[in-house]
Structures are given as C-alpha cells and as structure tokens.
Design a protein around this ligand. Structure first.
Ligand code: BTN
Length: 265
C-alpha cells in the first residue's frame, strides 16, 4: 500500500478553494511510532504551521486516557499542528471545534457521522474514529496544538467499531474512494472547523456540536440516581438532569466523573 501524493493534492486543492484554507505541508511516512510524536519533532524544527503528518501504520499510536491506538495498514493516521491563541480554560473549544469540523465535512459526503462526548466519531452507533489533542501552553494560553485523528478506513476493527469501507458496502454508495481523498477531507474538516469557530464564536459552535451529540437524551446513573444527558457546557462538562422522587436537578460532570457507553444497536 502506498500513498499517491498527486491524488491527495488534487483533492485538497478543490477543498481549499471551497473552504478558503491556508496551504499546509503534508509529511508522509510508511511506518513510525506515532504521527503525534513525529509532528512535535517537526514543530521543534520550526516548520511554519499548519503542517500535517500521516503514516500508513503506527507502532505506538497514542489513544485517549493513555491507551494505545491500534494502527494497522488501511487506517487513516493523521496529525495536524496549528497555531492558536486560546485561553487554557477553554481548551474544550478546540475539542468541540475539531470533532464538529470532521463530523460536519463527512456528513457533507453523505456519511452520517455523529459525536460521542467528548470527541469520538460515531457511525451507526459504532466508533469510526478518535481524536487525541495535545497542546503547548504559555501564560495560560494554548499557543499551538497537535490534533491527532485516527479514522477506520479499510483496516480491521474491534467489535464496537466500524470502518468506512463496510459502511459503503452496506449502503451501496461510495462517496469517498481512497485514503488520499479521506486525508484531504479530514485535514479540511479540522482547518475549516477552527476557521468557522473563529467566525461564529463559541456559543454558536457549541450549539452546532450539541446537535451532533448522540449522547443527548442518553440515560445515565450518577451515585445511584437516574438521570438523562441534556447537553455539554462551554467548558466541556456533561450536563445531566437527575430525577429523584418528583424533584429534578441539573448537574455538570467533568470527564473523570463519568464515561458514556455506546448506544444499543
Ligand atoms: C482515541 O483514543 O479515541 C483517540 C485516538 C487517536 C489516534 C490518532 S492516530 C493518529 C494520531 N497519532 C497518534 O499517536 N494518535 C492519533
């Protein structure tokens, strides 16, 4: 398997015109430990941002919560580094903007991707991909960020996951035809998502993000008390309405306090 740079460039050029994107250098590897790790070393070499790195395989892909992201041939393993100037308190804005940007652009390609809080990409109630963001901060501001994205393309996946190829086969449509195109689309989703956030502001972006959340309406239990997820706050906390003996209160929970499962098929 190899990566055809020309196909990628043609696809990106089309999208860059539509979304008015900055130019971005792509560094391509066959096999490396992690694209996130690699891009940090490129930032250290003072490459102008944004830059992107993909690898056809990773031997130590970084997942959320210190997990390893299985990265066999056939998946998209991409990192994009961008400059920004975002208060550390609002680091969630980058999470919502990135996940919304990717889900939104895939929906334009007729792939009904939604989001599981905080940033899993979901298709048909299964995990299509994940996002791992790392940041560099100075004076309580995020100055640049590495946005790592794994999307299941034709790679084999665990039970609760799905790849795009099997979705296309079941639905008899193939709106994205190769990994090069998926790479260009995902990069465009990340960059245009952040651009859109700067244009419309955080409240409107939060509303967009909440609309794509599968978690809304999900039943949860908090300290033995039944509740329903009602949304996500601007700081990225999950809002849950607790119901007990006629009374109802709304609480906000941070990531360490609750984790959501996948919805039933
Ligand atoms: C998750 O656990 O849901 C997030 C997974 C993110 C994996 C991607 S693959 C490309 C990039 N490089 C890494 O080392 N991790 C991210």
């Amino acid at each position: 398997m190899n990566f055809n740079l020309r196909i990628y460039q043609q696809e990106l050029a089309k999208l860059a015109t539509v979304y008015k994107l900055k130019s971005i250098d792509l560094h391509i590897f066959d096999i490396i430990p992690s694209t996130n790790q690699k891009i940090w070393s490129l930032i250290d070499l003072e490459n102008p941002l944004p830059i992107a790195v993909i690898s056809l395989q990773q031997t130590a892909g970084k997942g959320q919560w210190g997990r390893t992201w299985q990265s066999s041939l056939g998946g998209l393993y991409l990192s994009v580094a961008i400059n920004l100037d975002l208060a550390l308190d609002y680091s969630f804005h980058l999470t919502m903007t990135t996940s919304w940007g990717i889900a939104n652009i895939l929906r334009i390609y007729n792939i009904p991707v939604s989001l599981k809080w905080p940033n899993d990409l979901i298709l048909k109630n299964r995990k299509l991909g994940g996002i791992k963001i790392e940041t560099h901060t100075s004076n309580k501001k995020i100055k640049y960020a590495v946005i790592g994205v794994g999307i299941n393309w034709v790679n084999s996946v665990p039970e609760l996951a799905i790849n795009l190829q099997s979705y296309f086969q079941k639905n008899q449509q193939q709106s994205i035809t190769c990994l090069e195109q998926l790479t260009a689309i995902t990069i465009s989703g990340i960059l245009s998502g952040y651009q859109h956030y700067l244009e419309i502001g955080s409240q409107q972006m939060l509303a967009n993000y909440n609309k794509l959340l599968t978690s809304i309406g999900q039943k949860v239990t908090v300290n033995n008390c039944p509740g329903i997820v009602t949304g996500v706050t601007d700081k990225g906390e999950l809002k849950v309405r607790l119901q007990s003996s006629g009374a109802s209160t709304e609480i906000s929970l941070s990531l360490g306090q609750i984790s959501l499962g996948y919805l039933n098929q």
